[in-house]
Design a protein around this ligand. Sequence first.
Ligand code: ZN
Ligand code: ZN
Length: 392
Amino acid sequence: MDYKKRALEIQDQIINNRREIHKNPELHFNLDKTLALVERELKSYGIEPKRVGKAGITALIGSGSPVVLLRGDMDALKMKEEMGLEFSSEIEACHSCGHDGHTSMLLAAGRMLKENEENLKGTVKLMFQPAEEILQGAKDMIENGVLEDPKVDAAFAIHLFPGEEYFKTGSIRIARGQFMSSGDVLVINIKGVQSHGSTPELGVDAIVVASHIVIGLQNILAREISMFDNCVVLVGKITGGATVNTTPGYATIELSARAVNEEKREFILSRIREIARGVAETFRAQVEINHPMGSASLYNNEDLVDDVLEFSKDIVGEENIKVVPMMAGTEDFAYIAQKMPAAMIHLGSGSTDEGYMYGIHSPLMTFNEEVLPIGASLLADLATKYLEKYSK
Ligand SMILES: [Zn+2]
Ligand SMILES: [Zn+2]
């Protein structure tokens, strides 16, 4: 099937689905309206949706092996939209990461693959994922079996990227190997001893301890990580104390850490814990360290990237494909990529030259909807060509 042509024929539907999702953004695992839309659309294409985990949907097209997975995420961010579009969200949530586009592209890819089902040389598994923004959705779906029965052999995902100078609509970029950094959030609770401000010797000042921990953490990047390994340890929030004239009995440090690969990730996380515990012990305080959120770094399988470079020429044109070095930013598709050959592709969806001035996670972000049929046909085409190449 000529997916590029077919996607243009059904582009009104792709855009309408995107706008309906955009107008009703939902957060985390609370995706009732979005899930209902995905199920409604899949059923109307003759595809049987199945719920997986807390708020995921999967569906199969074709039969037999190999099995290739296409993933689209569905959740929005907690922020007030400022785009002022006719289909803008009016609540305190906003599709400023383009996941509305990812969902509508995956739906359209599903529809086209279903129409072409008899020519598929294996199975396509669709994965509509919740809670990417809190880095929990992929894990939840994996734990609930999305990669099994039938067992998935390889996976593809696309992320839209508007608002960059040289990344025009319909061009793609991909890294061979390490693509995106890990991202973790740690919360360090420091327990000191409160005392009257006139008798500090009777207390343990948790704010002073927190300050020493913050300084101590700087040493990880300054002296323990090579200049060639790009990592971040950032204390983004610090709170503590009760009143101006009381020795602070508690303080909390909230920090984010990003690492260039899994080895460095483990190293940084363990050094943060060691430094926090060691400093606290030195100053007679206690610490409790929580790890509420985190995602592995994303690794694109080299052979599969070579396939993407070959397969995607027909849809986006060879001149619009760029192999790039690793980038900052975190993506929980990483958990799928830890289990099998996987490749994430970034799809340009409106450069600054084209008038799209804001990037993802900005409340002003918009993207060029002309990218939607391109992304949909790219997903369908990648899956079809993968099955053709790897069927026995
Ligand atoms: Zn995002
Ligand atoms: Zn995203």
